[in-house]
Design a protein around this ligand. Structure first.
Ligand code: NAP
Ligand code: F7E
Length: 364
């Protein structure tokens, strides 16, 4: 039997790391694309390096030739195109780079597959996004909801969505988009709102941070657990027909609610008072202001009402959107960050003690 060979772009990211673990557990040969960086950003996949069937290769989504060579070398049966400049706020500061990676990058992958004559044997998953719905035209959003992208990131991802559809129809390629709503985890980047909150709650609870500054507290999201969502990426490629799917939990919460629950898990009960820029999250027990609003985190245009309808994925892929609840997700993230902050504290005490011992000549 022919072995399943997966190529994952964005392997160092949150989803890439979980997807690698998932595919390895299914017996795949997994190849990951990494890019050169002056510092080592491979901590999410460090535990996989050196294991059999897991290989890393240098290339870049901005470099067509490197992608053509890599696809030719690996001869993948499945490509998961997860690489992206994925931060919406950053896309306002670096719109051209975002378009190059998130829009043209998708085209480069498709052309690399065609150049290597693999269009009949290689299936392609494109990491599409609920940000396509942007300034939403209907609630909740499903596969038929019109798109209204509302950031340079979303506009770039819309090109990715359409070029995948175009190659599916023009060249009969098996390529699909998963329209994924926000999914988080203990591996989430630290500047996305959920992780920023869980880390801050842990630091504040352990006396390592005074206050947390956030932007729009009323923004609504459909937050799921990343580990559950990567399974769906795989299911989309195992489907009989190449089709696009909405992946979401079907449950919506505000940033304020996420914040309240995260602090509660860290042992602090917050009470929110005031409105808009004057809203504050106050520790009910001490009366101390722990959360404040800063317009620095407002976006020129913000997407404020995302709520997905995962009925199609449930019905046609047999995927369970309720595997990890919102409450469980917050609990997992806070538990992880409480332990991380405590371990950092122990390590810093040990470093201080060691420096003292070295100075006193106790340790040579
Ligand atoms: P992430 O943690 O930000 O990971 C992004 C990955 O893309 C990283 O591995 C990054 O590499 C890589 N990358 C960026 N620019 C690149 C380039 N020029 N060449 C090669 N690799 C490059 O994102 P994620 O949360 O795992 O999301 C995965 C994908 O799903 C992204 O396409 C994102 O836009 C999309 N998405 C995410 C969500 C969500 O809620 N997480 C929802 C919908 C869609 P470095 O480590 O070197 O930076
Ligand atoms: O913001 C508000 C912010 O940056 C969520 C990416 O994975 O999911 C992600 O994009 C909401 C927004 O994620 C802060 O204004 C308030 O309304 O965590 P986020 P995102 O923009 O939804 C989609 C589906 C993707 O595709 C993306 O790749 O929270 N918010 N205060 C804040 N956001 C941040 N980052 N920081 C704040 O202080």
């Amino acid at each position: 039997m022919k072995k399943n060979v997966a190529l994952i772009t964005g392997v160092t990211g949150q989803d890439g790391s979980y997807l690698s673990e998932f595919l390895l557990s299914k017996g795949y040969e997994v190849h990951g694309l990494i890019r050169r960086s002056s510092v080592d950003f491979r901590e999410r996949i460090a535990h996989l390096e050196g294991t059999p069937h897991f290989h890393l290769h240098y290339a870049d989504m901005n470099d067509s030739m490197s992608l053509v060579k890599l696809v030719g070398l690996v001869q993948p049966t499945e490509i998961y195109n997860l690489a992206a400049q994925s931060h919406v706020q950053v896309s306002f500061d670096a719109p051209e780079f975002t378009a190059d990676v998130d829009a043209v990058g998708v085209l480069r992958i498709l052309e690399a597959v065609r150049t290597n004559h693999l269009e009949g044997t290689c299936r392609i998953y494109q990491a599409s996004t609920s940000e396509l719905y942007g300034k939403v035209e209907e609630v909740p959003q499903n596969e038929q909801t019109p798109f209204h992208p509302y950031s340079p990131y979303a506009v770039a991802k819309l090109y990715g969505y359409w070029i995948i559809k175009e190659y599916r129809e023009a060249y009969n390629m098996f390529c699909c988009s998963g329209i994924l709503f926000n999914h988080e985890s203990e591996r989430r980047g630290e500047t996305f709102v959920t992780r920023k909150i869980t880390l801050a709650a842990a630091r504040i609870a352990q006396g390592k941070q005074e206050k947390l500054y956030l932007g729009n507290l009323s923004s609504l999201r459909d937050w799921g657990y990343a580990k559950d969502y990567v399974e769906c990426m795989w299911l989309i490629l195992q489907n009989e027909k190449p089709e696009d799917f909405v992946i979401a939990t079907g449950v919506q919460h505000s940033v304020r609610e996420f914040c309240y629950l995260a602090f509660k898990h860290a042992g602090i009960e917050l009470e929110f008072q005031g409105e808009g820029e004057n809203e504050k999250g106050i520790d009910k027990k001490t009366g101390k202001v722990l959360v404040e609003v800063s317009p620095d985190f407002y976006r020129p245009t913000d997407v404020v009402n995302l709520w997905g309808d995962p009925s199609k994925a449930k019905r046609e892929l047999g995927w369970n959107p309720a595997k990890t609840s919102f409450e469980e997700l917050v609990a997992i993230m806070v538990k992880h960050d409480m332990e991380k902050v405590a371990a950092e504290h122990v390590a810093s005490v040990m470093r201080t003690n060691l420096a003292e011992y070295l100075e006193k000549g106790v340790v040579k």
